[in-house]
Design a protein around this ligand. Structure first.
Ligand code: FES
Ligand SMILES: [Fe+2]
Length: 451
């Protein structure tokens, strides 16, 4: 069925406004528009209206424990330096020299008191303050050094060690942005002090950043098919292998973010952590309801809009070895239409024994990282989407992607009113697309807001 191309001109493809209108119509039907997964205009608009307006993840405080520690980071495609300054404060500085604009930071990480520009040598303290201009007296006697410090992100806040920044001076505070999803983040980041192990792994994927972000909102439907080989050979979690009675809950309506949580009734499972690790936890930091859910938690995953996801896997990379609780925090970085870079940080409770943390790292690498069994499954599937999305024919047939699973009377998924946490919660969470729809509703609302 051909659609009207009200925004288009001649034979060219339709405008972004027409796409957003058709996307709104699709969402009403529990669907989304395929074209938005490979589109130049949509991509540009996302950088301006989503990445430059949302709270975007920068890094974990444990990555820069010492004064002077820094890491290169980005917000959308904009380069930033994540640094702990000489006063111990976390800064998120735009990586662009105030003189001619080049990037100051040429190493991914390091420790420094100052950043010296490689072009003409302007030098900045790690607070961002400009303190050195070669030949200043002879060349720039009137230069206002104070005014020419590095620009910092207008808003920077930490939530239990997770540092986010927003480039929107009018952004709500981080707590407001996270909304009720903070209740769930507490399970992972408050019950234990978490730390990043090693460096983040990064790899490019020929797919749009929205696809993995939406997948980690809770596409549990793909697991038996997409990850069949890994599950068949026994790699993965106790819950995924079906060794334990468990129930999957899909949680949406928590500020536009979403979670999927396996519960193993009556068990002290704690994502697969053994007692020597769980005894380092801080139950007093959680409510009884939160603690109860943490206690019974098997595989858990989720996404904070737009592009921060995680998976907590009680798993193993070797069926012969014990499972450990492995936390993989991931960020889906936009590179260009139809192309992104994945960042993956493996994390463990800070107070766990070092030997255990080493094992967590091994399992993380073997499951959810570039060489991980589960990761390669997904990459090899996701890269087929933008190719089709870029088709001329996609518009001709108004191609949509379907998120209507769980709608209607006789589906397995049903709202669980007895769930003690916030949000709309579905039992049989693998049988509903409500979480993924939440992603696209939030996307559509955010990208349309200013227009
Ligand atoms: S561009 Fe940085 S000193 Fe000239
Ligand atoms: Fe997957």
């Amino acid at each position: 069925m051909a659609q009207n191309r009200s925004g288009g001109t001649g034979g060219s493809r339709s405008s972004i406004d027409s796409k957003l209108e058709r996307m709104a119509d699709a969402l009403e039907e529990g669907e989304a528009l395929l074209e938005i997964l490979h589109d130049d205009e949509v991509f540009e608009r996302e950088l301006e209206e989503i990445f430059a307006k949302s709270w975007v993840y920068i890094g974990h405080e444990s990555e820069i424990p010492e004064e002077g520690d820094y890491r290169q980071r980005s917000i959308g495609k904009d380069p930033f330096i994540f640094v702990r300054d000489e006063n111990g404060e976390v800064q998120v500085l735009w990586d662009s020299c105030r003189h001619r604009g080049t990037k100051l930071c040429r190493a991914e990480k390091g420790n420094t008191t100052h950043f010296r520009c490689p072009y003409h040598g302007w030098t900045y303290r790690n607070t961002g303050e400009l303190v050195g201009v070669p030949q200043k007296g002879n060349g720039f006697p009137d230069l206002d050094m104070e005014e020419k410090g590095l620009h910092g992100a207008p808003n920077v806040e930490s939530y239990n060690g997770l540092v986010f920044a927003s480039l929107d001076p009018d952004a709500p505070d981080l707590e407001t942005y996270l909304g009720p999803s903070a209740w769930y983040l507490d399970l992972y980041f408050k019950l234990a002090d978490m730390e990043v192990i090693g460096d983040p792994h990064r790899w490019e994927i020929d797919t749009d950043w929205k696809t993995p972000s939406e997948n980690f909102y809770g596409d549990n439907y793909h697991v038996p098919m997409g990850h069949k080989s890994a599950i068949d050979v026994g790699i993965g979690s106790a819950t995924a292998k079906g060794e334990k009675e468990s129930e999957l809950y899909a949680i949406s309506d928590v500020g536009g973010h979403a979670f999927s949580i396996y519960q193993i009734p009556g068990e002290d499972f704690f994502w697969g952590h053994p007692p020597e690790v769980t005894e380092t936890f801080h139950p007093e930091r959680l409510t009884d309801e939160q603690y109860q859910i943490a206690r019974q938690s098997g595989v858990s995953l989720g996404t904070i809009f737009p592009n921060l996801s995680f998976i907590y896997l009680g798993g193993s990379d070797d069926p012969e070895k014990d499972t450990v609780g492995t936390f993989c925090l991931r960020q889906w970085q936009p590179i260009e239409p139809g192309k992104m870079e994945a960042w993956n940080w493996i994390m463990a409770p800070k107070d766990a024994p070092q030997e255990y943390k080493d094992r967590v790292y091994e399992v993380g690498v073997g499951t959810f990282s570039l060489s991980g069994n589960f990761e390669v499954d997904d990459i090899g599937i996701w890269d087929g989407i933008p190719e089709a999305a870029d088709s001329v024919f996609a518009e001709q047939v108004n191609a949509t992607t379907v998120f209507s699973m769980g709608r209607g009377e006789d589906t397995l998924a049903e709202v669980d009113d007895s769930w003690p946490g916030p949000g709309t919660v579905y039992r049989e969470g693998g049988m509903t697309d409500e979480n993924q729809l939440e992603f696209y509703r939030k996307w559509h609302q955010t990208i349309s807001e200013a227009h």
